[in-house]
Design a protein around this ligand. Structure first.
Ligand code: BTN
Length: 238
């Protein structure tokens, strides 16, 4: 495991080159983020932007990342609080050649990749709460929002969005979620490079996604169940 720098008190971390070039440098994927990586200082929602790009035929593996979102979307119509310089707000365009019902597993792939990224970089005890809330010490540290455009039998595209609270301080969360939300900084006292976190996430996600496309999803589901072991109330449904 890497040993991240202790918290310097500066936001964002000065050596975190959180830009398209900074993220791409050292990115070890085949496709994801290699050519089409859109980076915004501020955007409404990276999922909405990725959807526009998908409608304009952007290819699989296109990534949209923002340093802040003004209308970040959460599950069930909720808002995803997305303050500048503190989180990862990332969306991926996927075009899986699988029936729509199988594409639902992509949310689980994302959750596993996000959980494993956090574990690798922080050593924190990370859990998945059904179906895809990423939790540390009973509080939510990351979330997944996958949106699908599909016909009866085929998927046109899936937008898989991931939000991770990295250097968010407690007082930055709206009061209403302060006791249920957390961040890497709050839990570990450490500042992780967001650029590195994005690279590791994309590498882990791509490997798992390619396995899923080959029909090898048992391993992924086993990992999901493992992480959901303590908190997943309905994990037998997977
Ligand atoms: C949840 O409610 O748990 C899902 C949160 C998903 C947030 C991410 S941030 C990047 C992407 N763009 C959005 O508008 N939402 C997702």
């Amino acid at each position: 495991m890497n040993t991240p720098a202790p918290f310097s008190g500066q936001f964002p971390r000065p050596d975190d080159d959180f830009s398209a070039a900074g993220i791409r440098s050292g990115l070890n994927t085949k496709v994801f983020g290699k050519t089409d990586l859109y980076f915004y200082d501020e955007i409404g929602s990276t999922n909405d932007r990725a959807m526009e790009l998908a409608e304009r035929h952007s290819p699989e593996g296109t990534i949209v990342i923002a340093d802040s979102q003004s209308r970040g979307k959460g599950q069930m119509g909720r808002t995803w609080h997305s303050p500048r310089g503190t989180g990862i707000y990332l969306s991926m365009i996927l075009r899986p050649a699988v029936p729509p019902r199988d594409a639902l597993k992509i949310t689980l792939l994302c959750a596993v990749a996000a959980a494993e990224t956090l574990i690798q970089l922080t050593g924190l005890e990370v859990r998945i709460k059904w179906p895809n809330d990423i939790m540390v010490n009973g509080k939510k540290i990351a979330g997944i929002l996958a949106e699908m455009n599909a016909g009866k039998n085929c998927v046109n595209y899936v937008i898989a969005g991931v939000g991770i609270n990295v250097t968010t301080r407690e007082e930055m969360f709206p009061e209403a979620i302060r006791n249920i939300a957390t961040s890497v900084l709050i839990e570990s006292g450490r500042e992780i490079s967001r650029a590195e976190m994005v690279r590791i996430f994309l590498e882990k996600f791509e490997l798992r996604y390619l396995a899923f496309l080959r029909g090898e999803s048992e391993g992924i589901l086993a990992r999901w169940k493992e992480y959901a072991g303590i908190m997943g109330e309905n994990s037998s449904l997977v």
